[in-house]
Write a protein that binds this ligand. Structure first.
Ligand SMILES: *Cc1c(COP(=O)(O)O)cnc(C)c1O
Length: 238
């Protein structure tokens, strides 16, 4: 390993340890078992070499938000062994077939057209994908970051559950910018409860990022999507 690689490995290891410590503390404050909360490390903007270092450091789930960037990184040597790949970006139906070839989990499904396209893509590739319905938690329409309106979520979930090659995992959301994330995360938890009445196996709640993972854990998140706190900011790594 070159000196630069060793330096990067040490940096990622230290950041990962700090994030795992934050998660452990948040779980203990919330009275939750740490095994209930999974860390998805978001590697968008960062090179393939970081994926390999993270896999070597024991990371089992990585997240990407742009189809072309992810495909290029994963084509170069395949998915690191033992790693599950999550697509977390906005998804157009014309890109769904490509995503279905490499993603194990698609967290950002918010339209019937995308469900149909992913199902076709997964069936054609002979794969089964876990799908989360993304919920728009932004009550006022100022800045939407993707996701279905809460009133549409249960119907979309039914549609995923009826498909051939998609398994309904649960819900995903991004907290609205610039406000206390707790009320929106509480609304997400409530919606997850309603979903589990008809789909008891759809237990995943993907919420919480670098800045708000503690609030997400407090409100029942099962999956956290953490980028910056582990990989750093994009500017410092080109
Ligand atoms: C980039 C991204 C994250 C990670 O955000 P950080 O603030 O860097 O931890 C999480 N979720 C989605 C949907 C993202 O696009």
């Amino acid at each position: 390993m070159s000196g630069a690689d060793e330096g990067r490995r040490a940096e990622l290891a230290a950041n990962l340890a700090a994030v795992r410590e934050r998660i452990a503390l948040a779980c203990s404050d919330a009275g939750r078992a740490p095994e209930e909360v999974h860390l998805v490390v978001v590697t968008k903007f960062f090179p393939r070499s970081d994926l390999d270092l993270l896999a070597d450091l024991g990371v089992r789930d990585i997240g990407e938000n742009r189809e072309q960037e992810a495909s290029a990184k994963l084509a170069d040597g395949g998915t690191p062994p033992g790693v599950r790949t999550h697509y977390i970006g906005q998804l157009q139906s014309k890109k769904a077939g490509a995503v279905a070839r490499w993603a194990d989990v698609v967290q950002s499904v918010d339209r019937p057209k995308v469900i149909a396209a992913l199902d076709r893509g997964a069936s054609a590739a002979g794969r089964e994908l876990t799908v989360l319905v993304q919920v728009d938690l932004d009550a006022d329409a100022a800045e939407h970051r993707g996701g279905a309106a809460p009133r549409d979520v249960l119907a979309l979930a039914d549609e995923v559950a009826r498909s051939d090659s998609l398994r309904l995992g649960g819900l995903m959301a991004v907290a609205p910018l610039g406000e206390d994330p707790s009320p929106p995360f509480a609304r997400l938890a409530e919606l997850s409860g309603a979903l589990r009445e008809t789909h008891p196996q759809a237990t995943w709640v993907s919420a919480g990022m670098s800045a708000d993972l503690e609030a997400a854990v407090r409100h029942g998140a099962t999956h956290l999507r953490v980028g910056t706190a582990i990989l750093g900011t994009r500017a410092s790594h080109g």
